[in-house]
Design a protein around this ligand. Structure first.
Ligand code: CP
Ligand code: NVA
Length: 306
């Protein structure tokens, strides 16, 4: 069976470091406009059950730069799990393509897609996690700080798919991770337990943004209502009042702190315009690094097959 990329915790810390180093190398090649075509004659099937800007454009651009052909399959194209069983899609695509990237709702569906696939499957976000994003994010922090030692990350907002991937990364890389969420919006308890049992990182839950961000290296936030939850937006807006990342909050850290957001951002809700545009905001560096982190994942997965 091929190796897939479904959760950061499926990888060892050495493998994750190798991916980060490879991403840096590929980024240099891309910026220097070098010719690099390890995917010549190969194809990537990209299945999207949800909307996307960054994931679609970065995978498609990256794969085509590396010499391959990427196929976009939108929500109305294959009706994964509705028109056809997921395991049938896995086996059909395994006959045509070299790799699959999928953005799905239910996490169980991507696990099933991978289980029956003879080609590597990459998780491009589920309701549960978003590993490509957090690999790109930690690469971005590494570039900005020059080291990942003694890192405190404070996430202010919904305990969602972004947080779960941070927690899974923290089972491999030592971090101090604080999740500051309103009551009832905490991350999945099993994933928190996974982190705590790993003994690698420390974790704190908080409901007090001002004290949570003290001494933090990074403040991270994300939308209060994720894709698939937009009908809850009004109720969530009330629950998250007081959890906005604004300049008043960023001043509480007592040190130089980076601001991060996976994007898309709802400016004026979870984050203000001022913070998005501040010189300590690295949101577009994160977006840029999506492509290089993903290129590294694809090259690595392909190298295990060759
Ligand atoms: N951050 C991210 O995954 O963006 P898209 O939803 O636009 O792909
Ligand atoms: N939590 C957000 C992340 C988008 C990249 C969502 O799932 O909609």
């Amino acid at each position: 069976m091929p190796k897939h990329f479904l959760h950061l915790s499926d990888y060892t810390s050495d493998e994750l470091w190798d991916l980060l180093k490879l991403a840096k190398e590929l980024k240099t090649k891309f910026k220097n406009k070098e010719t690099y075509k390890p995917f010549d004659g190969k194809s990537l099937a990209m299945i999207f059950a949800k909307p996307s800007a960054r994931t679609r454009v970065s995978f498609e651009t990256g794969f085509e730069w590396m010499g391959g052909h990427a196929l976009f399959l939108g929500p109305n194209d294959i009706g994964i799990g509705k028109r056809e069983a997921i395991k049938d899609i896995s086996r059909v695509f395994s006959r045509y393509n070299d790799m699959i990237m999928a953005r799905l709702f239910d996490h169980k569906h991507i696990v099933e897609l991978a289980k029956y696939s003879n080609i590597p499957v990459i998780n491009g976000l589920t309701d549960y996690n978003h590993p490509c994003q957090i690999l790109a994010d930690i690469l971005t922090v590494w570039e900005h700080r020059g080291s990942l030692d003694n890192l405190k990350i404070t996430y202010v907002g919904d305990g969602n798919n972004i947080v779960h991937s941070w927690l899974q990364l923290a089972t491999r890389f030592p971090l101090h991770f604080v999740c500051c969420s309103p009551d009832g919006y905490e991350p999945d308890a099993k994933t928190v337990n996974m982190l705590e049992n790993s003994g690698i990182s420390s974790f704190e839950l908080s409901q007090e943004p001002r004290s949570a961000v003290k001494d933090t290296d990074v403040i991270y936030t994300d939308v209060w209502a994720s894709m698939g939850q937009k009908e809850e937006a009004e109720a969530r807006e009330k629950a998250f009042a007081g959890f906005q990342v604004n300049e008043e909050l960023t001043k509480q850290t007592g040190k130089e702190t980076l601001f991060m957001h996976c994007l898309p951002a709802e400016r004026g809700r979870e984050v203000t315009d001022e913070v998005m545009e501040a010189n300590y905001s690295i949101v577009f560096d994160q977006a840029e690094n999506r492509m290089h982190a993903q290129n590294a994942i694809m090259v690595y997965l392909q190298s295990l097959i060759n």
